[in-house]
Structures are given as C-alpha cells and as structure tokens.
Design a protein around this ligand. Structure first.
Ligand code: M6R
Length: 606
C-alpha cells in the first residue's frame, strides 16, 4: 500500500520526510520520492527501488526547506518507473501532489483537461492537473473543486509554490492522519512516522479536507462546513503502529478485507447491463465467444480461489473449467489450444511453478491472462494482459485478503463471459448487488472476533482437525484447513463432505473435530446429513451457518453465524471465520503467526 508523509513547521523537512518514508517501508512499495519547497522553489527527487536508493540519489544535496511531502508508491496504474513515482509536479512546475488510492474516472477527467500532456501513466498526475486547472489563488478551494469531480478513492497532500506556508490534505477511502506538534504538523498515511515527534494525532475522515500551515489547522467537509476534530493521544510504539494497532500483520490483513474488496471491484462492472467490465481481458466479443474452455493454474490459496471460480464459470458462462496446481500442469501434457483461456493466479506474481506453467500454456497457444496482486511482478509482465486484484501489500505469509480479492475478480470474469452467453440481466444484476453488499457483511463477521477467539481456544489441543464443505464451500474447507495447518502446525485436511463415507470417515473419533460449512443453499440438507454422520461417530463439530438458521444448532457443538448471500458469493464470507479461527489457535499456541516455520511469502524456487 502506498505511503504518504508530509511536514510543515520550523525544522528542516528533508530528514523528517526521509525517516518517515523508512518508517512506512513495512507497507511495501516499489519506488519513492520527496519534494521540498523553499522560497517558491520546489526540489524533487524520485527513485525506483528502496528508500536507501532514494537517499543515495539525494546524496549531499541540501534540499533546504521547512515544508515538504513524500511518498512510497506501490504501483496500481502504470509500471514501476521513476516518472510514475510520486510526488508529481504539474501546472508549470508549481503544484506538487502525492496520492494514495485509485481515481476511477481518470480517463474521463483526462479528456476534459486543457493540458493533454502527461509526464507519467498515472491517474494521480491527472488528479494533480485537475486541481491545477481549478486553481485561482485559493489552494484549498481548488483541491475541493477538483475532488468533487472525482470518482474513486484518495488520500492526497498538495503543495503549491505560491503558498510556501500551506499544505492541503484530503481523504476519501485512503487513510490520512495529522500529528500535531509545537507550531508544526506531520501528515502521514498512518501514525508510524510521527510517533518520534508527537503522540497527539487527529484522523481525517472520508470527505474531509484540511488546510495546514505552521500556525494552525482548518478542516472542512465538502460543503465547506468547519469540522471540529478530536485529538487522540496515541500510546502505541512504532511496531504496533505499523500493524495498525493489531498484534500481527495477518490479523490486520484479515481486517483489511472489507476495504480492499471494494478496490477489487471498483469501476469494474456495469449495473445497468448486469455485467463486469474488466479491461484487462483485452478480447473482442468475437474472441470471447471463441473460448471453449477455461483452465485455472495456481498454487496454495490462489488455487483455492480458482476452485471457487470453477463453479462460477460453469454456472454463469457454461464453460467447462479445470483447475490445476501449477506444479502439476507444467509437467503433464496439458491439452490447451487457442480456444482455451488460461488464468494464472498469484498474489506475489513471482511463484516459480505458476510462472513456468504460464509460459507452458503460452507455448501451447492458449490465451493466457494473469490475475495478480503485485504490480510489475514477473507473472504480470509476462502475461501482459489480465487484472490486478488491488489487495495492497500482503505481508503475512498466510494469504487472506489476496484470496478474497482473487475470488472477486474471478467472479467478475465469469460474469463477463456469462453475460455474452446465457446469464440473464436479472441474474447479473443480482450478482453485482450481492458483491456490493459483501464489505458490509464481512464487517458483520469481523464484529464477532471475540466469540470466534473463544471458540478457537477450545480447539487448540487437538492434533488433527478436519474441514468439510460441499459445492462452492468445498474449496472453502480446503482453504480453512490450509490456513490452520500453515500457521498453527496442527494437521488439517479439507474434504468434500460427500466423499467422507468413501474413506475419511474412518478418521473420525472424539479426538478429531470437524469444522463444517453449512450454508442455506441447494446442498443444505445433504451437508447437514454429513455433519450428523460425523457427530454420530463422536466428532466435536464447529458449524459455519447462515444467520437465522436455528436448525443448524442441532448438529453443532459450536456455531459461527455469517450473513446470507447468493450461493456463488458464499465463499467470500464463509472463509473469514476460518481465517480468524486459524489465527487465534496459532496465537494460543504461541506460533510466529506472520512467519510460520519452513514457509516463505514468495516461493520463487521450484
Ligand atoms: O504468491 P502466490 O499467490 O503465487 O502464492 C501461492 C502460494 O504459495 C500461497 O497461496 C501459499 O499457499 C500461502 N502461504 C497460503 O496462505
């Protein structure tokens, strides 16, 4: 996730900004930059790579000035290059901007700009130009007027050469906070960079815009009303602050899900048409109609996201869909051709097996598309077309928010194909409406964290735990088991409930509990019977049920309720309690949750 730092006060800004960028490094980034204003002159430096490389580039340069802004970029629009790095300078070299977030309608805005020349490929520079074209002497007003024309998310800080004692900051969906010192202010994406200087912090809320100068702080909403903010005393140390106050990155990333989910779907659908609009597919309608099969290749959690998509492609688009481990695909003789659409899914975009499988599919003439989180990663570059999932940097080894965003993007792809085949407008619209409701429903589940923690503690002593589900919830069982085993080291298996009596039922005893996903869908009764079967053989059962399903209690020793949704969307909700369940067992066992033994975040070797 990109990081912003700003300073205005009496001290030299450069060392504060540079240290601030280092404090934000944990968020993940691929380039960085700083701009300092002095005597109406803006000095700016940007560099691809680490903050150390930026510092090296600055070298002995003085960059005098007591006001400045800085940024670590995690690419979303435009590759990882110096000219795409922030701060962006626009408007005859006078206006400087740093931006986090995504400007959804940047193409429309660009068409309306007087100045059609851009230095970068970013939506952020377009926003800067829009602000400049609205500027008539009042910087705060210009920012506000520009933002009223914007759709998307932003956390921005703007500086202008003719306003040497003012920073303007605004937020919508991308956090910004302001640290208050003695006639000085610190601005940042989170409190980490300001903690060495002040513990007094105010948090901008969505739709607020702040004008900050050495003497004071004025915060307005978009209707120009003055907002009186409370100032919070922050008692966190820096390590805790980096995790947003959570104990571990994994827990933070679980809680990130409702927010980043919106980033995955934003601007990628058309409700009127009941369809998805994924530009990255890069195929004409005719080419789409020529696709006869879908293949999904991935590893681990990414593969589980692919398994869910299989149900969606088959149901919505009537396309036979196969899902394989990348490591298997590359060594068998896969039957693919120009009518096969191959999706390669990877959070890191660097998984060696997945990369090799993508190359193999291309060699065999398939149409290959990447679904990747890390912008500019090898898989993203080599597949050329495809879609970024916009989950932001995922730092914990156990993948959580990348999974839900992968599922979201895959569902949109299935819908896009479905709508040119047999999916009706009404079904398409219902699915989109369901997707739009997911973040709120995820929040409902996250509110139950304390009770999930209590349940989890009661399962920590078991050596084997089975997970079972059916239909779209079979991959959820696989994912629940993977999460648990990788961070707690408890042996766990995900099973298709219907397959229990063909073997795995022999494992059941009072020492082997079963986590079962029992959603109110077409397989409800069958799933309930499977739970009864394991209970009859002594297993303790934890049931993930749909809110309002009182009958589920009949087969549950422990129960977690999740909100109702369309069947194809159930995995987006049902997985979250399982992530928390795994997390709290691992914590109770004293495991290193973010860095489990023997595992790496990015598996770049075969
Ligand atoms: O970066 P990728 O998505 O390609 O990684 C694939 C797997 O290595 C990954 O999902 C792994 O299974 C995670 N540790 C699961 O939490």
């Amino acid at each position: 996730m990109c990081g912003i730092v700003g300073y205005i006060g009496k001290k030299q800004a450069l060392p504060i900004l540079l240290q601030g960028l280092r404090d934000l490094e944990y968020r993940g980034y691929d380039s960085a930059g700083i701009a300092v204003l002095d005597n109406r002159k803006i000095d700016r430096v940007r560099e691809v790579g680490k903050v150390d490389m930026l510092a090296k580039k600055i070298g002995q340069d003085k960059f005098v000035g007591t006001i400045g802004i800085a940024h670590t970029r995690w690419a979303t629009h435009g590759g990882v290059t110096e000219s795409n790095a922030h701060p962006h300078i626009v408007g005859e070299g006078k206006l400087v901007l740093v931006h986090n977030g995504i400007i959804e309608n940047y193409r429309e805005i660009k068409k309306q700009l007087k100045n059609q020349h851009q230095e970068s490929e970013t939506d952020s520079e377009i926003l800067g130009q829009l602000i400049f074209e609205n500027y008539q002497g009042d910087l705060m007003k210009a920012v506000k007027q520009a933002l009223l024309k914007v759709r998307g998310t932003y956390g921005i800080v703007v500086m202008h050469a003719d306003h040497p004692n003012q920073l303007v900051a605004a937020r919508l969906g991308s956090p910004l906070c302001i640290g208050i010192g003695d006639k000085e202010y610190y601005i940042a994406s989170d409190v980490t960079p300001m903690l060495p200087f002040t513990k007094q912090v105010t948090f901008l809320d969505d739709g607020e815009i702040a004008s900050i100068n050495g003497d004071g702080l004025k915060i307005l909403n978009m209707r120009d009303e003055i907002i009186n903010k409370t100032v919070t005393q922050i008692d966190w140390d820096q390590a805790k602050a980096q995790k947003g106050g959570f104990e571990n990155f994994m827990l933070k990333e679980i809680f990130d899900q409702p927010t980043v989910f919106e980033d995955a779907i934003r601007g990628r659908f058309n409700v009127d048409e009941g369809t998805a609009v994924l530009g990255g597919l890069n195929m004409t309608l005719e080419q789409m109609r020529d696709i006869k099969r879908v293949m999904i290749i991935a590893e681990g959690t990414a593969r589980h996201a692919g398994l869910i998509a299989k149900y969606a492609f088959e149901r919505l688009a009537n396309l036979p869909t196969e899902v394989d481990f990348s490591s298997e695909f590359r060594y068998r003789d896969p039957v693919v051709n120009k009518n096969t659409l191959v999706f390669v899914i990877s959070q890191s975009g660097e998984t060696a097996d997945t990369l090799m499988a993508a190359r193999e599919a291309k060699r065999k003439g398939a149409v290959v598309r990447g679904i990747v989180n890390v912008v500019g990663s090898t898989i993203a570059r080599e597949t050329k077309a495809g879609t970024y999932i916009h989950a932001g940097p995922e730092l914990a080894v156990a993948s959580t928010k990348a999974y839900t965003n992968m599922v979201a993007v895959l569902l949109l792809y299935a819908l896009q194909f479905g709508r040119i085949k047999h999916t009706s407008l009404a079904t398409g619209q219902r699915l989109l409406q369901g997707l739009l409701e997911i973040p709120e429903k995820m929040n409902e589940i996250l509110k139950q964290t304390d009770s999930i923690q209590n349940i989890a503690k009661q399962y920590q002593q078991y050596h084997n735990i089975l997970f079972m589900g059916r239909g779209v919830n079979y991959p959820v069982a696989l994912e629940g088991a993977l999460k648990l085993e990788e961070i707690s080291y408890i042996h766990a298996e995900g099973l298709a409930a219907g397959a229990m009596k063909h073997g795995p039922l022999a494992l059941i005893s009072k020492d082997v509990p079963v986590v079962a996903i029992l959603s109110k869908d077409q397989l409800y009764e069958k799933m309930k019977s499977s739970i009864q079967e394991v209970r009859a053989r002594g297993a303790r059962t934890l049931v993930i049920a749909t809110v309002g399903d009182e009958e589920a209690k009949e087969v549950a020793d422990d129960i977690i309720y999740v909100p109702d949704t369309m069947e194809l969307l159930e995995p987006l909700l049902n997985t979250i309690p399982l992530q928390l369940f795994a997390y709290y067992i691992a914590v109770a066992l004293g495991r290193d949750v973010d860095r489990p033994r023997n595992l790496a975040k990015s598996v770049t070797v075969e």
